[in-house]
Design a protein around this ligand. Structure first.
Ligand SMILES: Cc1cc2nc3c(=O)[nH]c(=O)nc-3n(C[C@H](O)[C@H](O)[C@H](O)COP(=O)(O)OP(=O)(O)OC[C@H]3O[C@@H](n4cnc5c(N)ncnc54)[C@H](O)[C@@H]3O)c2cc1C
Ligand SMILES: NC(=O)c1ccc[n+]([C@@H]2O[C@H](COP(=O)([O-])OP(=O)(O)OC[C@H]3O[C@@H](n4cnc5c(N)ncnc54)[C@H](O)[C@@H]3O)[C@@H](O)[C@H]2O)c1
Length: 460
């Protein structure tokens, strides 16, 4: 550790950096957090917070202006809990400026030298802009700029049907914007179960979104009467007042001085780390979106806890350093209905002798009473080493699609995290008529026929 300077300098004050700095302090070491802009990063200013505030306002039937006011009010409220004054009260020193690594344990912040025992890089990611001819002539929006729109666009073309594209397409459609969503893959949310994609596509269509899957934009140009004119590779055209690009994010690991010090930065700009969040250079760690691993706030925070623990000595003093396990991290896409996911999909588990239990919400009394029967639960289970299918084997993955799918998935996340027998989900009495009873009714299919359903082999 450094005799005079901070023990750990954390570069970047988003979800990962804030968590890392707080954890370093909690462990009794001195933390300096360096941030080039405002503390809070993507989640607070351009990601989770504004997008969920916009979705909430749209679901409540707000006007565009009311919705944007709610977005800005919510962002300000969250940002106030994590600004430099708040961090100072917690014991974390904050320096405003852009950091660059100059040597092991050495950095420059806006030109002034800083020394530290260890460095945690948490510089996040930025929206990816694909190389489409003419894109630079149509002033495309990204998640960095869409929440700054003053007036409601009449129409919006959204490129990319991942979580950002789907959430913002639905919110904007509900706020009265005519939305066309273009996704290159054959279905929306291509990382999710195909059935989940189908439910979300139907929900977006019901909200008036023109969903075009299996196609992409080949050229963009200013429209003859204003706006944007897009040509698609299927020969069709899309005209809209504005274009929102949501095709993924690029990790911000290049240009920080890491490569010069011998740390590996891959072609995407991701800082390469092992599961202890160590880079290839001793004393330099990384966490969050900059690692190119799960680009989620709670994953960033978990990576930061691991990095901070190991950077403050955990890696040396403990027999086993802390490790980040992406396989146990759940996530949710907050469309209506929501998609909650943890672990493997059916296709990923096929070939491992896995079994699948499904419960469509047409067979769940709570969904029937709520008139929301479009969702489902799918559990993927596998045999346990030595014990086979005793106790229903162990849970490998789960998908929950429904109004509260992003919350329901956590019962499955707990089962997966603790290596629980899947049968415990079936044995646990669930309140009637709750949404979470769907997990119990699905797990019970591993033991008996439930409403004509039984666990079946996983298919690829
Ligand atoms: C529209 C949208 C919605 C999202 N919704 C969700 C959601 O619902 N749930 C969820 O879990 N995730 C969501 N995410 C993802 C989530 O926002 C990110 O995974 C998370 O914010 C990443 O945190 P981070 O700390 O790694 O990076 P960031 O938040 O990007 O923080 C990096 C920080 O580093 C600073 N920085 C960069 N370079 C330097 C430098 N050289 N010196 C000093 N500072 C520097 C930047 O200014 C920035 O503040 C969403 C993302 C988007 C775009
Ligand atoms: N609710 C959440 O947790 C949440 C919400 C939003 C974002 N995020 C995080 O932010 C990250 C970025 O989200 P995202 O949706 O921008 O990226 P993504 O990579 O998840 O999805 C991008 C989509 O765009 C499509 N695409 C790529 N190039 C295209 C092209 N040229 N034309 C048409 N489609 C194209 C891809 O097939 C993919 O479906 C995600 O990885 C996610 O982890 C999370």
């Amino acid at each position: 550790m450094s005799p005079t300077g901070p023990d750990v300098v954390v570069v970047g004050g988003g979800a990962a950096g804030l968590t890392a700095a707080r954890e370093v302090h909690r462990r009794g070491a001195r933390a300096l957090l360096v941030e080039a802009h405002a503390l809070g990063g993507d989640c607070t200013f351009t990601g989770c917070i504004p997008s969920k505030a916009l979705l909430g306002a749209a679901a409540d039937g707000a006007s565009w202006d009311e919705a944007l006011r709610r977005v800005h009010r919510t962002v300000a409220a969250v940002a106030a809990t994590e600004d430099a004054a708040a961090l100072g009260r917690e014991g974390v020193e904050v320096r405003h400026g852009r950091a660059r690594l100059t040597g092991p344990g050495r950095l420059e912040v806006d030109g002034s030298a800083v020394e530290a025992g260890a460095i945690i890089v948490a510089t996040g990611a930025t929206p990816l802009l694909p190389s489409i001819p003419g894109l630079d002539r149509v002033d495309p929006l990204t998640s960095d700029t869409v929440f700054d729109l003053d007036a409601r666009p009449r129409s919006l073309a959204v490129l990319g049907g991942g979580p950002v594209g789907c959430e913002l397409a639905q919110a904007c459609a509900r706020l009265g914007v005519a939305v066309t969503l273009v996704e290159a893959e054959g279905r929306l949310l291509p990382a999710e179960e195909p059935d989940a994609s189908a439910v979300v596509a139907a929900a977006l269509a019901a909200d008036g979104v023109d969903v075009r899957t299996g196609s992409t934009v080949t050229s963009a140009a200013p429209g003859r009467s204003g706006g944007v004119a897009l040509e698609l590779d299927d020969g069709t055209a899309v005209g809209a007042e504005r274009l929102l690009v949501a095709v993924g994010r690029r990790p911000s690991g290049a240009g920080l001085g890491l490569e010069e010090l011998g740390a590996e930065v891959d072609a995407r700009g991701a800082v390469v780390v092992d599961d202890t969040m160590a880079t290839s250079v001793p004393g330099i760690w990384a966490a969050g979106d900059v690692t190119g691993r799960l680009a989620l706030t709670h994953a960033a925070a978990r990576m930061a806890m691991v990095a901070a623990g190991n950077a403050t000595g955990g890696a040396r003093t403990r027999l086993r350093p802390a490790r980040f396990d992406a396989g146990q991290v759940p996530w949710a896409t907050f469309t209506d209905p929501e998609v909650g996911r943890v672990g493997l999909t059916e296709a990923q588990a096929a070939g491992r002798g896995a079994k699948v239990c499904e419960l469509p919400f047409t067979e769940l009394d709570r969904a029937v009473t709520a008139g929301r029967t479009e969702g489902f639960v799918k559990l993927v289970a596998g045999p346990r080493r030595g014990l086979g299918w005793a106790g229903g084997g162990r849970l490998l993955g789960a998908t929950v699609v429904g109004p509260t799918g992003g919350d329901l998935v956590h019962e499955a996340a707990l089962a997966l995290r603790t290596g629980m027998f899947t049968g415990r989900l079936a044995q646990t009495v669930h309140a009637y008529p709750s949404w979470s009873m769907a997990l119990q009714l699905a797990a019970a299919q591993l033991f008996a026929e439930v409403g004509g359903r039984r666990a079946r082999p996983a298919r690829s």
